[in-house]
Design a protein around this ligand. Structure first.
Ligand code: AP5
Length: 190
């Protein structure tokens, strides 16, 4: 069993790469952003709450996000491993994930960050916003707000995983295939 965290700024390619890695390594892909968007689309109470934060480019509160993540893991008792995309994003979330793994006699094997410059990411997200209609991709100020949230609350987690010798980073610029290959090389060392 292998459990991975895909890490990186908004637009770094976490979702894109998770879709390839889940097939290649037979992992259950859990994207907290996708679960929130599913709930928004279906008008659930969770969706209404999440929307009020997502629309501003802010993080959804920890308690709500952690409970949702736990429920997603519980729904997949047969999974032969997980790829977490967009979780954890705060120290409290990272600690909650470690506790959850411990409870289930599992562990996180690696956190892999996709690295790319802000200007490249902004371009990618504005392009996607045009076709996907994602409310948080619509204008640069919201995207920059997501970067600020990342820098303030999520980037410090790199230290958390470095201290556990679990942190890796790969260049997130290039073709999607090349980047999958770079990630696969890291996974091969685990
Ligand atoms: P979430 O859905 O996780 O969004 P994000 O982190 O902002 O990430 P993105 O989906 O924008 O980017 P990505 O890295 O997955 O890149 P992608 O592959 O899509 O979260 C949305 C919101 O939900 C948060 O802001 C927050 O409010 C809330 N939330 C979620 N998780 C939370 C948590 N744990 N705690 C609290 N709140 C939470 O690629 C982006 C674009 O680039 C695509 O168009 C893609 O086609 C393109 N692309 C990808 N790779 C390449 C490449 N190599 N070359 C060119 N284009 C590429």
């Amino acid at each position: 069993m292998i459990n991975l965290v895909l890490f990186g700024k908004p637009g770094a390619g976490k979702g894109t790469q998770a879709n390839f890695l889940k097939e290649k390594y037979n992992l259950k892909h859990i994207s907290t952003g996708d679960v929130f968007r599913f709930n928004i689309k279906n008008g659930t109470e969770l969706g209404t709450l999440a929307k009020s934060y997502i629309d501003k480019g802010e993080l959804v509160p920890d308690e709500v996000t952690i409970n949702m993540l736990k429920a997603e893991v519980e729904k997949n008792p047969e999974a032969s491993g997980f790829i977490f995309d967009g979780f954890p994003r705060t120290n409290a979330q990272a600690e909650a994930l470690d506790h959850l793994m411990e409870e289930k006699d599992m562990k996180i094997h690696a956190t892999i960050a996709l690295e790319a410059d802000d200007e490249v990411l902004i371009k990618r997200l504005l392009e996607r916003g045009k076709v996907s209609g994602r409310s948080d991709d619509q204008d640069e100020s919201k995207i920059r707000n997501r970067f600020d949230e990342y820098n303030e609350k999520t980037a410090p987690l790199m230290e958390y995983y470095k201290e556990q010798n679990k942190f890796h980073s790969v260049n997130g610029i290039g073709t999607i295939e090349d980047i999958t290959e770079r990630l696969s090389k890291v996974i091969a060392t685990l």
